[in-house]
Design a protein around this ligand. Structure first.
Ligand SMILES: Nc1ncnc2c1ncn2[C@@H]1O[C@H](COP(=O)(O)OP(=O)(O)OP(=O)(O)O)[C@@H](O)[C@H]1O
Length: 364
């Protein structure tokens, strides 16, 4: 259905807004450089106000960059209006036409392009089939659920065969279960069409499960990019580690650095594989403790001692919150059984699993 996938290049993109409250300026986006490969789905992830939406709106053409260039498939589109860009945007608020049926909403873009009636009929039904809404073609959007309305919005965007699909927090108005279903569907459709997509979210689970690559932003700047796995496994800072997953940090002393980092924790020596190239013996460092990088042991038999504060049952795993002298540590217990779960108030040990642990430079 899609012609050819497009690349999207952001070159030194900066957007400065006048501060609405006073005379100052806000650097909503600050010198962003990034290239999205054809057919790739990337998410812009980061805390509220970090510049995700502004970046997306500049790619769509709803905002002009203060500085920099936007290049879609070798064409400089920086100054082009949205309708000249071959992009389509799906918004959080759906933006459907309430007086038109589902069919008419989806057909709208093709009608504007003066496509003949039979072709429109065929393509609309095909696209509605793709989003699972063929049977509701003649309903009014007001009689659809939120998830169904968002499917119509998605169908309306993809039917015009844009080179780039832009999605601005499209699922944030839906409940958790529907969000999960819809993100699987969006990914399936994006892959089937091979369309280049940019997805804005502040939800790490959404970003981790959808993306080919994540672009993590903070204060208008890109702070790390990579596949979900790279960012989760090898975060460059405590901020990144905390943004993409549950984590606690323990201050540690580095004894030696080679391919491995030798650390001292209590009176025990641990060897942990090095991943940050610029980490030196002089640096302040922390041990990054993910729920799955620790195990519960008998009291006195782990690396750290503590007391079970509470256990949260999640079906096939339990999250056990342990109070220690380093603060509260969250340990994930898979396939819990009577042997592996200690009850609340019990004294336990925590074993650090070196293969699953990371040492991070303490620079935040
Ligand atoms: N039209 C505007 N005028 C002035 N400042 C703006 C405007 N739009 C955005 N900003 C500011 O630019 C910064 C980035 O905003 P942006 O909406 O891109 O962030 P975001 O990461 O998408 O946040 P959220 O997740 O809350 O939507 C914020 O400080 C915001 O207040």
């Amino acid at each position: 259905m899609i012609k050819t996938s497009a690349s999207v290049k952001l070159e030194n993109i900066t957007k400065i807004f006048k501060d609405p409250a006073g005379k100052g300026e806000v650097y909503a986006v600050n010198d962003v450089n990034y290239e999205i490969q054809p057919g790739e789905l990337i998410t812009l992830l980061g805390p509220s106000g970090c510049g995700k939406t502004t970046t997306l709106r500049m790619i769509a053409g709803f905002e002009l960059p203060t500085k920099g260039k936007i290049i879609i498939s070798n064409q400089d589109v920086t100054q082009l209006p949205p309708n000249k860009r071959d992009t389509a945007t799906v918004f959080q608020s759906y933006g459907l036409f309430p007086h038109m049926t589902v069919f008419e909403n989806v057909a709208y873009g093709l009608k504007l392009r003066k496509i003949n009636k039979n072709e429109i009929e065929k393509r609309v039904m095909q696209t509605l089939d793709m989003v699972g809404l063929k049977h509701l073609a003649h309903r009014s959007p007001s009689r659809l659920s939120g998830g169904q309305q968002q499917r119509v919005a998605l169908a309306r965007s993809i039917i015009v065969e844009p080179s780039v699909l832009l999605l601005d927090e499209p699922l944030s108005n839906l409940d958790a279960l529907l969000r999960e279903q819809m993100r699987i569907e969006i990914r399936r459709i994006q892959k089937t069409l091979g369309i280049t997509a940019v997805y804005v979210t502040h939800d790490r689970v959404e970003a981790m499960s959808l993306s080919d690559r994540i672009v993590l932003m903070d204060s208008g700047k890109i702070i790390q990019t990579g596949t979900p796995n790279e960012i989760y496994e090898s975060p460059e800072s405590k901020f990144v580690a905390g943004f993409v997953g549950k984590v606690a940090f323990i201050n540690i002393e580095i004894k030696e650095i080679s391919e491995n980092i030798t650390i001292k924790l209590e009176d025990k020596i641990l060897n942990i594989k090095k991943f940050q190239k610029n980490l030196t013996l002089e640096d302040k460092a922390v041990l990054m403790c993910r729920p799955e990088s620790m195990k519960i042991a008998e009291f006195g038999k782990g690396h750290i001692d503590g007391i079970v504060k509470n256990n949260v049952y999640l079906g096939n795993s339990i999250e056990s919150f342990i109070e220690t002298k380093y603060g509260e540590l969250l340990v994930q217990i898979d396939n819990p059984s009577q042997k592996t779960v200690y009850s609340e108030g019990q004294k336990v040990g925590i074993e650090i699993v070196p293969e699953l642990s990371k040492v991070l430079k303490d620079q935040d």
